[in-house]
Design a protein around this ligand. Structure first.
Ligand SMILES: *[C@@H]1O[C@H](CO)[C@@H](O)[C@H](O)[C@H]1NC(C)=O
Ligand SMILES: *[C@@H]1O[C@H](CO)[C@@H](O)[C@H](O)[C@H]1NC(C)=O
Ligand SMILES: *[C@@H]1O[C@H](CO)[C@@H](O)[C@H](O)[C@H]1NC(C)=O
Ligand SMILES: *[C@@H]1O[C@H](CO)[C@@H](O)[C@H](O)[C@H]1NC(C)=O
Ligand SMILES: *[C@@H]1O[C@H](CO)[C@@H](O)[C@H](O)[C@H]1NC(C)=O
Ligand SMILES: *[C@@H]1O[C@H](CO)[C@@H](O)[C@H](O)[C@H]1NC(C)=O
Ligand SMILES: *[C@@H]1O[C@H](CO)[C@@H](O)[C@H](O)[C@H]1NC(C)=O
Ligand SMILES: *[C@@H]1O[C@H](CO)[C@@H](O)[C@H](O)[C@H]1NC(C)=O
Ligand SMILES: *[C@@H]1O[C@H](CO)[C@@H](O)[C@H](O)[C@H]1NC(C)=O
Length: 655
């Protein structure tokens, strides 16, 4: 069945409660199911089962019962952020070389679990933003056609590249794929202009993305992590921020003379990894004033750590995941991660442009086994997202790599298991759901970090205001303690009789910060490894907490996360599984609730991250943080332009 008819189907049934779009062909399932209990015949990182030990309970343990005073009105909430637009704070950055694994083979064979995962976000936030790009965009080339109706292929990118990634070949169908997705779901896209050659610009992607995607294209990235260009042998040293800015200038002139590029003012930059250059060094070139009229947003990319020694066997000492795990369970680390950008978000918003964290995740070069897909990482990604939103970032994009990375928010199954297995959702996908709910779709959500008011680095908290009134509170407990002794009892109080009669609470729960399995959001789960079809399962469980005049006492388990709804009429409270779902087949397999047509995936390129066809082995994220942390700190000292409240919080939490 072709998409034109699918779209018609979905339109026909749009008033029905649960619309099922029969998306993938063929509908008949012929593969013989293999024993579902059989062990996964792969050790690819995306399915790695490493379970770490939770870090020990902090000694001394900060207080577990405390009062968190709140302000009813945003005007009284000091340090509150700018209003956030709908569309979800967290979007996704899909490495160009793995688009096919994630979105589908071509515009008529889209991946249904992916559509379901996006539908869940749309229902909560009104839409989703997705960046198609990454390191592999730099050498990407559009070709007239590829064998077997494929939209993506690869070729040797030659010796100029050091990231061991093949050059991506794509056909014009990539834009139809994206647009077909946008015709079913409110997904908006970012694409990237290749920057490997700034003399002979390859602008096909700008031309076709604008012509085919129209309003579904939000912007075009001008350069990806230019501060790595010398290291990656894409430019000869010296290559400084001023050189990059001049290339952007040149790109703009070439675009101005290209009649096929209709919109000349939708660029994104500088997208530095904040490793070899710091943002202020780019701003010192006059970048913002010079280009603000040409920019859709200003952008950076950054990962807090890297696992490059292991990924590339560089000979450097491998980092032990157990040793880095506590770094992800500590609010101070999150504050430190965002602190270097306060000046940037201020300059950007003053110039009337949003500021994005255009690519990030737990660690570049694939993340860490046992860390990146743990419940602890889900707590971290919520804290990090809230922290960036508080510091006036408008979006963050969680990077999606191939099957050889640990950090994916979602991963398609290895091809030869697709007849009996399904997708895998990484814990951080739940974080995107929680933030989508927390910020909703009114375009008025403002957030304030309350951690310096009460709690500790192990128990951060935020308040979210909508239409300038207290709407939600987010409470974290990073401590892992199954004795119950570290469970929190947080008393929320609102002055002047503002405490409501009751509040509703949704919990993101798992047994331990190390858990990968049985993660639930308000009682529902997407399923464990290789069980996911993109739909939530189980009964929605929203707790009601009655309040006294002295406040509302919210329990938060150790570990745990609670989203407290003050507005008990909020639409988000009742959202569980999205009402619009996409199913693939009339046949239902024995152990999964929906199916992927095996013939479809069998011919797709999801085979193996390390395998000869190479599609999965490409996304390693950027080489960042780690080595550069000293320089980064020096950069922080130079900034010195932070708003008072922000500095207060950062210092108050500094250890
Ligand atoms: C999981 O990943 C770790 C770290 O790369 C590795 O040492 C371990 O062998 C992997 N486990 C499997 C079963 O492949
Ligand atoms: C840039 O990438 C294209 C496509 O992969 C390749 O043909 C071209 O030689 C590259 N140019 C430079 C200067 O690296
Ligand atoms: C997508 O691939 C299928 C199977 O190979 C093919 O039949 C179909 O024509 C392709 N669609 C497009 C738009 O290329
Ligand atoms: C969907 O993709 C097909 C090509 O397979 C294209 O003809 C059609 O225009 C696309 N639909 C949308 C809404 O982009
Ligand atoms: C965010 O923007 C608001 C409004 O301009 C400002 O008051 C606040 O200090 C900013 N936050 C940070 C962390 O810079
Ligand atoms: C899947 O493919 C891998 C690599 O080609 C192979 O080692 C494995 O045995 C296959 N598994 C099944 C169930 O066919
Ligand atoms: C929020 O902003 C988006 C994008 O500008 C717009 O489409 C939507 O209608 C707005 N929502 C409300 C409730 O104003
Ligand atoms: C997940 O939950 C199921 C059903 O309650 C249970 O059988 C299973 O042991 C749990 N898995 C883990 C790793 O706790
Ligand atoms: C709902 O969630 C709360 C909080 O985790 C839990 O105490 C309660 O048992 C759950 N109720 C059901 C019916 O699962």
């Amino acid at each position: 069945m072709l998409l034109s008819s699918l779209v018609a189907l979905s339109a026909t049934f749009s008033t029905a409660h649960a619309v099922t779009v029969y998306g993938q062909i063929p509908l008949a399932q012929t593969a013989t199911p293999t024993d579902p209990a059989a062990p996964v015949a792969t050790t690819l990182a995306a399915y790695n089962r490493t379970l770490l030990n939770p870090p020990p309970v902090p000694n001394p343990l900060p207080g577990t019962a405390y009062e968190l005073p709140l302000q009813r009105d945003a005007a009284a909430a000091s340090g509150i952020s700018i209003p956030h637009v709908g569309g979800g704070f967290w979007g996704f950055s899909i490495e160009m070389s793995v688009i096919s694994q994630v979105l589908g083979k071509n515009s008529s064979l889209l991946q249904v679990p992916f559509l379901n995962l996006m539908a869940n976000l749309q229902e909560r936030a009104g839409g989703v933003v997705i960046r198609l790009g990454g390191n592999t965009q730099e050498f990407a080339v559009m070709v007239p056609e590829l064998e077997d109706g494929r939209t993506f292929g690869k070729t040797d990118s030659g010796s100029t590249q050091t990231t061991k990634t093949p050059a991506v070949l794509y056909t014009i169908d990539m834009f139809y794929m994206a647009n077909n997705i946008s015709s079913m779901l409110n997904v908006k896209w970012f694409c990237g202009i290749p920057f490997n050659d700034s003399t002979n610009w390859r602008l096909t992607i700008a031309e076709e993305a604008q012509n085919i995607l129209g309003d579904n294209l939000l912007a075009l990235q001008a350069g990806n992590e230019p501060d790595f260009y010398v290291e990656f042998k894409r430019r000869l040293a010296p290559y400084e921020p001023a050189d990059y800015a001049n290339e952007v200038q040149n790109l703009i002139e070439v675009m101005d003379n290209n009649p096929r590029i209709i919109n000349k003012n939708m660029l994104l930059g500088p997208s530095i990894a904040s490793a070899n250059w710091q943002p202020y060094q780019v701003w010192e070139t006059g970048f913002i004033d010079r280009f603000k009229d040409r920019m859709y947003a200003f952008t950076v990319e950054h990962y807090p750590d890297n696992n490059c020694a292991a990924q590339f066997n560089t000979g450097d000492v491998h980092k032990n995941p157990q040793d880095v795990f506590p770094n992800y369970l500590d609010h101070q680390k999150v504050v430190d991660l965002v602190f270097p950008y306060y000046e940037s978000t201020a300059l950007s918003t003053a110039a009337g442009r949003p500021f994005f964290m255009f690519e990030t995740n737990t660690a570049s070069c694939g993340g860490f086994a046992g860390v990146s897909d743990s419940y602890g990482a889900a707590l971290w990604a919520m804290d990090y997202g809230f922290q960036m939103a508080w510091a006036n970032f408008t979006h963050g994009m969680l990077h999606v790599g191939g099957q050889n990375v640990f950090y994916n928010p979602f991963t398609a199954p290895p091809t030869n298991q697709s007849s009996y297995n399904q997708w895998t959702v990484g814990s951080i996908y739940y974080s995107t759901i929680v933030l989508a709910e927390a910020f909703g779709k009114t375009n008025t959500s403002r957030i304030v970090d309350l951690t310096s008011t009460a709690g500790s680095i192990y128990t951060p908290s935020y308040a979210i205001y909508e239409n300038d009134v207290l709407d939600k509170v987010a409470l974290f407990n990073y401590v892992d303690d199954n004795t119950g002794a570290s469970n929190l009892q947080v008393t929320l109080t609102v002055p002047n009789g503002g405490t409501p009669g009751s509040v509703r609470v949704k919990y993101l729960e798992a047994d331990s910060v190390a858990s990968k399995d049985n993660i639930t959001w308000a009682g529902q789960t997407l399923g464990n490894q290789l069980e996911v079809d993109g739909r939530f399962r189980g009964e929605l469980n929203v707790t009601t907490v009655d309040c006294a005049a002295t406040g509302c006492v919210i329990p938060v388990p150790a570990p745990g996360f609670a989203l407290v709804f003050f507005n008990t009429a909020a639409e988000q409270i009742s959202i569980g599984q999205a009402t619009q779902t996409f199913a693939t087949s009339a046949h239902t397999k024995s152990h999964n609730t929906a199916t992927i047509a095996s013939a479809v995936l069998a011919t797709s390129n999801g085979h193996s991250g390390m395998s000869r066809d190479g599609f999965g082995s490409t996304s390693v994220g950027s080489v960042s943080a780690g080595v550069e942390s000293a320089r980064l700190r020096a950069g922080v000292l130079v900034l010195g332009l932070m708003a008072g409240g922000a500095v207060y919080l950062a210092r108050a939490l500094m250890r």
